[in-house]
Design a protein around this ligand. Structure first.
Ligand code: BMX
Ligand code: ZN
Length: 332
């Protein structure tokens, strides 16, 4: 074949693959979920397995999930995972104690050799942010910052439709901006007073324990259950009218607002999108008021905080969309 014909054939191949679905996988601390995605939409039933313990078992679990979709023709596999990911090599180059032993995993190389499919690996919040920034109404924005509130706090910064990765892939690790100065709360990353140590699920439980110290059972039934507190028990008590629980939830909103205020002054985004398991418990009006109260007027005037449009599917959709966009060289 002549060189010109070879180039043409490659273009046609790329175009054909870009119309195929890609498999998106969201690797979380408790479960791994996967579904096929085309044009920013999930097009199959999703499949899930509990996250196994240890690096090798997690990789076996990922391969098992890919094999469940072997009947579909796939352009490739996108994996969204917590941790700092080199988007070129697909290596996990940093990880907090939330995923012990994950750093150093050559995830792309291992998965490509085991599945014989192109694989793209991305930080979970980056993947979620990439998907959220593509939904109607946000595509044309200059700066969309997605914040995931869950086990940790993650961030995805999309500038003019492209994910901003920083000099060493760690842009958007917003969970580790410092929001206090007392060296009071140790974060799972080893630093003190990170946003994540206050605004994540783990942070909320610690806030509850702090505020419940010295509180009697008559004031709130939560007082005698501090060892078995969960985020759900705190939100349930708050919804039931428990005044102490409401105070804890309000304090958590303040903590969440502190990180947003800092990000707002650095990035002046068009919009914050809040996603992750805890986002359904956010009172958006209260949060927006708290953020605006602590912003310079020019920054506060343009603050918009939205609930996620894609909910729990954002990581899967974003990871898969990366595979397609890589084929088209759209995010380079
Ligand atoms: C942590 C960090 C981020 C991640 C964020 C949200 C690790 C293992 N995790 O800050 O990379 O994006 O948590 O993670 O280093 P999640 O577990 O709450 O989804
Ligand atoms: Zn930290």
């Amino acid at each position: 074949m002549s060189r010109a014909k070879g180039v043409e054939a490659n273009k046609i191949d790329t175009l054909a693959k870009s119309h195929m679905p890609a498999l998106g996988i969201d690797l979380g601390g408790t479960k791994i979920r996967a579904a096929a995605v085309r044009d920013n939409q999930i097009i199959t039933e999703s499949q899930q397995i509990p996250t196994p313990d240890g690096r090798d078992n997690i990789i076996d679990g990922l391969v098992e999930l890919v094999n469940k979709f072997r009947t579909d023709v796939l352009a490739g596999v996108g994996i969204a995972t917590a941790g700092i990911v080199n988007g070129d090599t697909g290596e996990i180059i940093g990880s907090t104690g939330n995923l012990p032993g994950w750093s150093g995993t050559q995830l792309k190389t291992v998965m490509e050799s085991r599945t014989l499919l192109p694989v793209h690996v991305e930080n979970d919040a980056n993947a979620a942010g990439y998907a959220e920034a593509r939904v109607t109404g946000l595509r044309s924005k200059r700066c969309v910052v997605t914040v995931t509130l869950g086990t940790g706090i993650g961030g995805g910064i999309v500038l003019h439709g492209r994910l901003f990765r920083g000099s060493n892939w760690a842009a958007g690790e917003v969970g580790h901006i410092k929001i206090a100065m007392e060296n009071k709360r140790l974060c799972t990353c080893g630093l003190f007073d990170c946003w994540e140590a206050y605004g994540s699920g783990r942070g909320l439980i610690q806030t509850a324990k702090d505020l419940l110290e010295g509180v009697s059972d008559e004031q709130t039934p939560l007082a005698s259950r501090t060892t078995e507190l969960t985020t759900h028990s705190i939100f349930a008590a708050s919804a039931d009218g428990d005044l102490m629980a409401q105070k804890i939830v309000e304090r958590w909103h303040e903590h969440v607002s502190h990180g947003l205020v800092n990000l707002a002054h650095v990035l002046n985004p068009d919009c914050f999108v809040i996603t992750g398991g805890l986002s359904e418990f956010i009172d958006f009006r209260l949060l927006e008021d708290m953020v605006i109260d602590h912003c310079l007027p020019t920054v506060g005037d343009s603050i918009e905080i939205r609930q996620s449009a894609l909910g729990g599917q954002a990581g899967i959709i974003g990871a898969a969309q990366f595979v397609i966009d890589e084929l088209l060289h759209l995010n380079k």
